[in-house]
Design a protein around this ligand. Structure first.
Ligand SMILES: [Fe+2]
Ligand SMILES: [Fe+2]
Length: 482
C-alpha cells in the first residue's frame, strides 16, 4: 500500500520541511479569503505568498497532495507533525476539509495564480452544505484544471488499519503496545464514522479493539499507558478516546476489577464522547469562550451519547455501562458538573473512572492560562491539588497508581546526576518509572542507535527535580514516539 497520497519510497526530509510553511500559508490564505474580497490588498498579498511557495515546492516535487487521514494531515504521503505552534492552522484546515466533505487537495505544477485565486473563492464560499456537495463540479466548471479536490470517501484509512494488521506482531513490549494502540485509534475512527451514518455505534467492534489493551494491562505490560502521553494537545481526536480507554482499563485493574469489567470499561472509555458528533466542529474547536447557546450544545453531549448507545438492539451489561459512562462522565464527585442532577444521584464507579481519565487526558490539552499546554506532571499536580474534591478519592488513587508520580513524557533530573525521560509507569513503585537516559552524569548523551533505558529506574537512584519544557527544550513527543 502507498502511504496516503504519495509514494513512500520518496525521501521524506524535504517534504517534511515543506509541510509546515504550506500549512501556515494555506490557512492564512483561507482566513483572508473569508474576510476580504479578492481585490483587497491583504488577500492579494496572501495569494502571492502562497503561489510563490507552491512554485518553490514544484522545483522538487511533481505534484503536491495534501490529505487528511485518521486525524492527521499528510503532504505527499509524509505526515505533517502537528507541534503546538501549528495546531491552530492544522485543525482549522481539517475542519475546513471536513465541513466540505473534502479529503484533500491536489496541486499540479502548471497551476496558475488565477486558478489559485478562483479556487479559493469557490472553496471558501462552499461552506454552505448545499454548495459543498457540488464542490468538485463547480471547480471543474470554473475551468480549474490544476487543483483537484480529493473526495473524503476516496481516502482509505482502512488500508492503514489493514497494513497494521498484516505486520507480524513485534517482539518488544513497546512496539507491541504501539501496534495495539494505533489499531485502536484507526478502529475508533471507523466506529465514529459509521455511527455518524447510522446513528449508533458498533459495540462489538469496540470490544474487539479494547480486548488487546486489556490483555496488555493484565500481563502487566504498561508501555501502552506510556503511549497515552503522545498527545497532539487536542481533546477532540480519536487518540483522546483511546487514551481514555487505556487509562480507564489501567485504573480499573488497580481497583481490582475483573477482566470482563475491564473490557466494558474500555468500551465505555472509547465511546464516552460519542455525543460530540452532534456538536459542530467549529464549536468544538473554537479557541475563544463559548456563547451560552454553544455551551448549551456542549452540555448536551453526555445525554446525546447515551441516547445513541440506547439505540443499539438488545440489552447487555457493556451497553448499560457505556450508556452510563456517556451520561455521567462530566459529573463530579460532589455532583457539580453536568448534566444537572440531585445530590442523591449515584454516579456509577465506571463513570467515575472514565471521568477521571477524561480529565487527566484533557487537562494537558488546554492552554487557558499558559503559553504552552500543561505537562502531564503539572496536570497531575492540579488534579491532586485544588481539583481533588471533584473526584472519588479511590479513583484518584488508581490514577496515580496507573500513571505514576512522574507520568510518561516527564523529564527528570535524578540524584545520580542523570537527565531522563519517563516512558512508562511502574505500578509497583510510582516513584520509579521506566525511563530513557538523555544525559549521563558526565554530560555524555547516549547514541540514538543504542538508547539507554532503565526498566525501571534503579532502586539506588531517585527523582530529584522535574524539568519544565522551557528548561530542557527537548522534543519529548518525538522521543516518546521513537
Ligand atoms: Fe466529554
Ligand atoms: Fe472526553
Amino acid at each position: 500500500m502507498n502511504a496516503p497520497g504519495g509514494d513512500r519510497e520518496h525521501d521524506a526530509a524535504p517534504i517534511q520541511a515543506a509541510g509546515e510553511p504550506l500549512l501556515l500559508r494555506l490557512s492564512a490564505l483561507m482566513r483572508t479569503a473569508r474576510t476580504y474580497d479578492v481585490s483587497n490588498q491583504a488577500f492579494r498579498r496572501q495569494l502571492h505568498e502562497f503561489t510563490a511557495l507552491l512554485k518553490r515546492l514544484f522545483e522538487e516535487e511533481d505534484e503536491l497532495v495534501l490529505v487528511v487521514v485518521a486525524d492527521y494531515l499528510y503532504l505527499n504521503g509524509v505526515r505533517i507533525k502537528a507541534h503546538t505552534g501549528l495546531l491552530g492552522p492544522y485543525h482549522a484546515l481539517m475542519a475546513d476539509f471536513e465541513r466540505r466533505h473534502v479529503g484533500g487537495l491536489r496541486f499540479l505544477p502548471s497551476v496558475t495564480d488565477a486558478e489559485v485565486e478562483r479556487f479559493f473563492q469557490i472553496f471558501v464560499a462552499s461552506e454552505d452544505p448545499s454548495l459543498a456537495e457540488r464542490l468538485p463540479e463547480t471547480i471543474a466548471e470554473a475551468a480549474i484544471a490544476n487543483i483537484l479536490v480529493v473526495p473524503a470517501a476516496d481516502i482509505d484509512a482502512e488500508d492503514l488499519a489493514r497494513e497494521l494488521e498484516e505486520q507480524p506482531t513485534p517482539k518488544g513490549e513497546r512496539a507491541r503496545a504501539r501496534k495495539v494502540f494505533w489499531r485502536a485509534v484507526l478502529g475508533t475512527r471507523k466506529i465514529v464514522l459509521r455511527a455518524r451514518q447510522n446513528g449508533r455505534p458498533d459495540l462489538r467492534q469496540a470490544k474487539r479493539l479494547v480486548q488487546p489493551i486489556v490483555d496488555n494491562i493484565l500481563k502487566h505490560e504498561y508501555a501502552i499507558v506510556g503511549l497515552t502521553a503522545l498527545k497532539d494537545h487536542d481533546e477532540y481526536t480519536y487518540t483522546h478516546c483511546v487514551n481514555v480507554a487505556v487509562l480507564s482499563i489501567s485504573m480499573g485493574q488497580q481497583l481490582g476489577l475483573p477482566r470482563q469489567a475491564l473490557a466494558d470499561l474500555g468500551v465505555a472509555g472509547l465511546l464516552h464522547d460519542l455525543g460530540k458528533m452532534h456538536i459542530p466542529s467549529e464549536v468544538l474547536r473554537k479557541p475563544d469562550a463559548l456563547t451560552p447557546e454553544e455551551w448549551g450544545l456542549m452540555r448536551r453531549h453526555p445525554l446525546e451519547g447515551a441516547i445513541m448507545i440506547a439505540r443499539m438492539p438488545g440489552l447487555s451489561t457493556v451497553m448499560l455501562d457505556a450508556m452510563r459512562a456517556c451520561l455521567e462522565h462530566h459529573m463530579n464527585y460532589n455532583r457539580t458538573g453536568y448534566p444537572d442532577v440531585d445530590l442523591e444521584w449515584g454516579q456509577a464507579t465506571m463513570s467515575r473512572i472514565v471521568a477521571m481519565s477524561d480529565c487527566f487526558d484533557a487537562i494537558t490539552a488546554h492552554r487557558a492560562y499558559h503559553s504552552r499546554p500543561r505537562t502531564a506532571f503539572e496536570g497531575l499536580q492540579i488534579l491532586l491539588g485544588p481539583n481533588r474534591v471533584n473526584f472519588d478519592p479511590a479513583v484518584l488513587w488508581a490514577l496515580v497508581r496507573s500513571v505514576g508520580l512522574y507520568p510518561a513524557g516527564t523529564v527528570l533530573q535524578t540524584a545520580s546526576g542523570h537527565v531522563v525521560l519517563c516512558t512508562s509507569p511502574n505500578p509497583n513503585d510510582v516513584t520509579r518509572p521506566y525511563c530513557r537516559v538523555l544525559v549521563r552524569p558526565d554530560g555524555q548523551v547516549p547514541s540514538e542507535d543504542a538508547p539507554e533505558t532503565w526498566d525501571p529506574m534503579p532502586e539506588h537512584d531517585r527523582a530529584l527535580r522535574v524539568l519544565l519544557p522551557e528548561e530542557h527544550k527537548l522534543a519529548t513527543t518525538d522521543l516518546l514516539a521513537a
